[in-house]
Design a binder for this molecule. Structure first.
Ligand code: USQ
Length: 397
């Protein structure tokens, strides 16, 4: 298949591009390199030393003989360029990662809120609009988030996208129908993913676009089979307070002897998935497209749920690190239960990597190896969800 990977220079886009190229697909990355610009804005860098996208693709070619093509295109701003590229290349599938993905970054200031909404909503809409205009029947796979659901379950598992509801008619009969699970975003970033869902619903219904939306949990780990092949193919690894996600942050904190930064009681339960499983799921979704005219296909792309304090205690137990119980910079439930249905990928053959099996290897291989690159002053999470919360956060555990 000819596959366009929008956002193919990012944390999941890059290993996905390698995985699909390795599987024999013709991979074309479209990316505006915004993650690299944001690193510069924030004054941080990936824990792992990361080469330019051109250098990465050159190494991939030298290692495997396979080409990954790179195109510098901003989906949100360069609609005509995007349309021209799609009309010339007519890919069989488009994988859409090209969005600002960090909740804390999206809450940093009014400017960051505007950037996240404008970038994410425009990128998604431009893509849908162009596919429709060009009458291009490419399967669109979008990386969404578990965060569209909110995080609490009242005993019942969160279904894969659609909730069956019974509605009473005027005649007193109960009619059942399936609706998109009510969205309940916890940040501006998560809100943009809720808006994406409506855009997808409309274009699938109105124009028959074939769309799969992957509601992914928090990714941990950094390596995949292909990124291990050469030092210069390594994936990025974010540890800073905006882009670092909780488990990867705890791993690097343990490696540098920094107290593990638990927000609040650590009673937040979240869904998780290893990066290797994430790219496998994307390939499974690619092989199982919805029919034209069908509703949006939705998968819950997660393999386990964990409570933040349990993760901290597990890593403290392994590494001897201390735990810092910090005031929470976010507005979120202090404690929640989370049960998630994820049978669809299991039925398609996913055999998940579990936290217990892979964890130690990740600490040793990556976090310790590159610990010398960490700027400790960038570890604290300083983006607060409200001005009131900003006054209470402690920057120095
Ligand atoms: N947390 C801590 N300490 C830290 C960092 C985070 O206790 O040092 C807590 C947060 O308060 C939150 C939980 O850990 O309760 C998860 O935070 P996170 O930064 O790991 O994840 P989140 O902001 O939800 O976003 C990440 C990705 C996003 C993806 C989402 C999936 O950045 O792109 O969509 O995970 S999910 O969380 O399932 O919505």
């Amino acid at each position: 298949m000819k596959i366009a990977v929008m956002g193919g220079d990012g944390f999941i886009g890059w290993p996905t591009s390698l995985h699909l190229s390795d599987a024999g697909h013709d991979v074309h990355i479209l990316d505006n390199l915004s993650r690299r610009w944001i690193d510069t804005e924030l004054g941080v860098q990936s824990l792992t030393p990361m080469d330019s996208i051109q250098e990465r693709t050159r190494i991939w070619h030298a290692e495997t003989g396979r080409r990954i093509h790179f195109n510098l295109i901003d989906l949100a701003k360069d609609y005509e360029l995007l349309k021209k590229w799609l009309s010339e290349h007519r890919p069989d599938a488009v994988i859409h990662f090209a969005e600002q993905r960090a909740a804390p970054y999206s809450m940093k200031s009014d400017r960051h809120k505007n950037y996240t909404v404008n970038n994410n909503v425009s990128a998604t809409h431009n893509l849908l609009n162009a596919l429709t205009e060009l009458n291009l029947d490419a399967h669109l796979i979008h990386l969404g988030t578990m965060g569209v659901y909110g995080y609490s379950t009242v005993g019942a598992a969160i279904p894969e996208g659609y909730l069956p509801v019974g509605i009473e008619t005027a005649a007193g009969e109960t009619v059942s129908q399936e609706i998109l699970y009510p969205s309940n975003p916890g940040s501006i970033y998560h809100m943009t993913k809720c808006l994406d869902q409506l855009l997808f619903q409309f274009y699938a219904k109105n124009d028959g676009l074939r769309i799969t939306d992957l509601h992914q949990g928090i990714v941990w780990g950094t390596h995949t089979e292909q990124t291990r092949r050469h030092a210069q193919l390594i994936n990025r690894f974010d540890y800073d307070g905006d882009y670092g996600t909780v488990l990867n942050r705890f791993l690097i904190q343990a490696a540098i002897g920094y107290p593990l930064t638990v927000h609040g009681t650590g009673g937040q339960t979240r869904a998780f998935i290893h990066i290797q499983d994430s790219v496998r799921c994307i390939e499974l979704a690619l092989k199982n497209p919805p029919a034209r005219g069908a509703r949006v296909e939705i998968f819950n792309q997660m393999t386990q749920t964990h409570r933040v304090r349990d993760l901290a205690q597990m890593i403290a137990g392994i590494s001897g690190a201390d735990i810092a119980w910090l005031p929470n910079p976010r507005k979120e439930a202090a404690e929640n239960e989370l049960i998630v249905q994820n049978e669809k990928f299991r039925i398609l053959g996913l055999e998940p990597i579990t936290l217990e099996a892979g964890l130690l290897g990740e600490i040793v291989e990556v976090a310790k190896k590159f610990a010398y690159r960490v700027d400790r002053s960038r570890v604290p999470a300083v983006s607060a969800w409200t001005k009131d919360i900003a006054a209470t956060i402690n920057h120095d555990p």
